[in-house]
Design a protein around this ligand. Structure first.
Ligand SMILES: [Mg+2]
Length: 348
């Protein structure tokens, strides 16, 4: 890791002179322009000691001292105390594919019934702006998201979604794992570190993406997401458990979907997995949305290293992301640096 921007301002010094006297800023390569703006924000009016920051074109670490402390604590506790919790869409998968937005596990579905595909598209066009509206209170948004997910799931049932349609949809979709994801999972499997993939998408679609894009499954991975129930003819008849939507991906979702975990655990030969998720005290969290940080809310963790993927609107979001996540990767980065991080965390 190359330090590109190093800020060190010691003590309580006057904010009018601090930049000139105590600011050491080294630029070893061309900084990402959005981050330059972020540096300026930090420089202005701050008189407290600032953390050491690292910045490259594809990465920002706002407080490297804190990150190093967390890494040391996780390394000390060993792999047996580490678990990984990851979002799926835009985190494990690429955000951009051939210059266009990649599909999400919900978005890729073509249920073989154009009328119902259009109805779900209409719902997206109506609710998606509401999800990001800055004026709707969160309680109201939660109700809207429940409404959206409920209606969408209803249309999938009513429109006769089949297992075959899921397979075809994934096969025709623009969805791809980030480079290095398979290496990450292999390494974690080798070390016996459980991975919880926590998604407001569709578990059955995510599993099909694993089958088609990675051509393998991993015994240490558990998918907690909305799970479908099919009849003997492979037609969707219902959803199992309570709905997980974009605003309730937290400890409640873990509890709500407990029966699903149990079943998956048995299927994967990891029927004590829920137990280990609750007792492993160090968490590596991967997400592409600040709301993804809620995925670890229900865990009594001692150390959490949060890795964020900032895929879009970098200028507008770099500050909030770098404050929320320990490491932020920009520009749809590969998973390679995360593999290096995990390797470091598991080193003796
Ligand atoms: Mg996501």
């Amino acid at each position: 890791m190359t330090p590109v921007g190093l800020l060190s301002i010691g003590g309580a010094i006057n904010s009018t002179i601090n930049a000139g006297l105590h600011l050491l800023l080294r630029i070893r390569s061309q900084p990402y322009r959005a981050c330059s703006k972020f540096f300026k924000t930090l420089h202005s009016g701050e008189s407290e000691k600032l953390p050491v920051m690292y910045q490259t074109r594809d990465m920002v670490i706002r407080n490297s001292d804190l990150l190093e402390k967390k890494k040391a604590a996780v390394r000390e506790a060993g792999p047996c105390n580490l678990q990984v919790i990851a979002d799926f869409d835009g985190t494990l998968t690429k955000y951009w594919i051939d210059g266009r937005r990649g599909h999400s596990s919900h978005g890729l579905l073509q249920q073989g019934n154009p009328e119902y595909d259009a109805k779900r598209e209409d719902l997206y066009n109506y609710y998606h702006p509401l999800e990001y509206s800055p004026v709707i209170p969160v309680e109201e948004k939660v109700k809207l998201m429940e409404e959206w997910w409920g209606k969408t799931h209803g249309l999938l049932i009513e429109g006769g979604l089949t297992l075959d349609a899921i397979r075809r949809s994934v096969s025709c979709s623009a969805i791809a794992f980030r480079d290095g994801v398979a290496d990450l999972f292999e390494y974690l499997e080798d070390k016996g570190i459980p991975v919880l993939i926590f998604s407001a998408g569709l578990a059955d679609v995510i599993e099909e993406v694993f089958r088609q894009k990675l051509q393998r499954s991993f015994k240490n991975i558990k998918i907690v997401s909305n799970r479908m129930v099919f009849d003997d003819n492979g037609c969707l008849v219902s959803f199992r458990g309570k709905t997980i939507h974009v605003l309730n991906k937290n400890e409640h979702s873990l509890d709500m979907s407990a029966p699903v975990h149990d079943q998956l655990g048995v299927m994967n030969g990891l029927n004590n997995e829920n137990h280990s998720v609750k007792t492993r005290t160090n968490v590596l969290l991967l997400g592409d949305h600040i709301g993804d940080l809620g995925m670890s809310d229900g865990l009594n963790y001692e150390n959490r290293i949060a890795v964020g993927f900032l895929n879009d609107n970098i200028d507008g979001s770099i500050q909030s992301y770098s404050e929320a996540f320990d490491i932020v990767y920009l520009n749809d980065a590969s998973m390679g640096a995360t593999v290096d991080l995990v390797t470091e965390l598991c080193s003796e």
